[in-house]
Design a protein around this ligand. Sequence first.
Ligand code: FAD
Length: 412
Amino acid sequence: PNAHKVVILGGGAGGIAVAASLLKRQAGMDIAIVEPSEQHSYQPGWTMVGGGIFTPESTRRSMSTVMPKGVHWYRESVVGIDADAHEVTLGDGRKLRYERLVVAIGLELDWAAIEGLEETLGKNGVTSNYRYDLAPYTWQLVQSLRSGRALFTQPPMPIKCAGAPQKAMYLSCDHWQREDVLGQLEVTFHNAGGVMFGVPAYVPALEEAVKGYGIEVQFHQRLIAVDGEAQTARFEVAAAEEGGEPQIVEQSFDMLHVVPPQKAPALIKDSGLANAAGWLELEPETLQHITHPDIFGLGDISGTSNAKTAAAVRKQAPVVVENLLATLAGDSLAVGYRGYGSCPLTVENGRIVLAEFGYGGELQPTFPKWLNDGTRPTRLAWQLKARGLPFIYWNLMLKGHEWLARPASRDV
Ligand code: FAD
């Protein structure tokens, strides 16, 4: 097999950030990235595409332009990891041997888990900001809808960017309000969970938005089937008491924004690297694999309890890199990740609730409260989302510039 010092699986946010940052520290290092896609997407921008604020093209670049110079790029999927042999197998049968492995293959969107959904996506008023090609359809639907019923769904956790299902809803309602048609529309949020957001500090601002737009919220309702032509959605309603039978309800719609259920790729479990739920089992602070010290991981594939966001990746990448280099040098792991993740909640076009929090729901705001109160909608946070964050993503994070993501020292 071909051998590399570091093999990185996945060339998304996590894979590219780690490669760039390794090369910043050790120019010329022998790094391979395994990534089948010819395109690299800034997925946080898709919410803005669905709201008519960004063009789809602005959220996507060809993979070759973000691949750091000097990296060996294998344009293949990884299909197997043999952690004991320190080898991975590619889709074309080739094997790569590694000294250190970084797993950053993201998560899988499980569209097929909802009966009838795949065949109607992109037509009959059924859309999702979770796909590059569908986010523009969201905006098209929002512009054309003047009366009727709009449904927005949220699947069970964990999902990437937990706020994205309701962000789509608020931006849509904001447009309908500006067009003076919101009063003719019935808007419902069908949430498989039982709360608006997992961190209580941000809930009051979201409840205000819900109330302001006149949205009806249905908790414990999980989308299970869609009939596109008939424009009906079927939900399973969890029983109120334990042991009770769930109920099935049907709702007709004119527009349906779906966020699909999300899961870890089977590859992780099949390779013996997963926790009970199938996610990559990492030590939460060092991001080193629990049983295989030559394996690190980051991003959506990780079983750590942080919010699955690109913001988390920004803080995780330098931790992975410094600790990985420490293991190569025979040093102890000196830096730690405190679970930072961020979810800019677009409660309206022009204002955002900038949720920033770490492990255990600890608030970890970047700005002092007088400049930006993260629990309230602010214009500054909107400017950050609309201008600052895309710049930071493409030009800092993917290039290995880390002055916004200095890792904390561990007490060792
Ligand atoms: P990804 O960036 O998804 O990359 C995974 C890569 O692995 C892909 O390139 C894929 O092709 C590759 N891959 C998959 N399988 C294999 C395989 N078998 N072999 C090799 N390669 C493979 N984050 C925020 O911070 N703020 C937001 O506001 C925000 N909003 C979002 C809104 C939407 C609609 C979506 C979809 C996401 C949003 N996110 C947001 C989440 C953010 O995009 C992800 O958390 C981030 O991209 C995770 O990075 P990753 O590297 O783990 O995965």
